[in-house]
Design a protein around this ligand. Structure first.
Ligand SMILES: [Zn+2]
Length: 141
């Protein structure tokens, strides 16, 4: 099936690349690999926009030396309460806009998410394809 990444996530990645143009992308990703596909993951293009499958999750590599500190970026996203956010996973914790909204909880999945953070956006087109700038900013090291 044809698939694409949600436009909101492409926008976020562009903004982070502007902040940290030389960052590592070693753990970046949108569509699920075979390992992801076997699971209940937003990296699967299961949201449909006509005949196209939409991937509504992105992984961004934690690279503090390269200017992309996941701890800080995740915190600015949480602070923004951006209405597109479904949930974020970072460093063994998860925070959702829907399940116990905006309260950090332990994340005990197989991948501890210490090398990248994960963002899922909501499955409605008005959310996932919104290209409104995200409130991410460079924080001095
Ligand atoms: Zn992910």
């Amino acid at each position: 099936m044809a698939w694409r990444a949600a436009q909101s996530l492409v926008r976020l990645r562009e903004q982070i690349n502007q902040i940290a143009p030389r960052r590592s992308i070693a753990s970046d990703g949108t569509i699920g690999d075979e390992n992801h596909r076997s699971r209940n993951s937003d990296h699967n293009p299961w949201v449909r926009d006509g005949a196209i499958g939409i991937v509504t999750a992105i992984d961004i590599t934690h690279d503090p030396d390269g200017g992309c500190n996941a701890e800080q970026i995740v915190q600015t996203l949480v602070d923004s309460r951006d209405p597109r956010i479904k949930y974020l996973i970072w460093n063994r914790r998860i925070i959702s806009s829907q399940v116990r909204p905006w309260v950090w909880r332990d994340y005990t999945g197989q991948n501890p998410h210490t090398k990248h953070f994960h963002l899922s956006v909501k499955p409605e087109k008005a959310s996932y394809d919104s290209t409104t700038p995200w409130q991410v900013r460079a924080i001095p090291r």
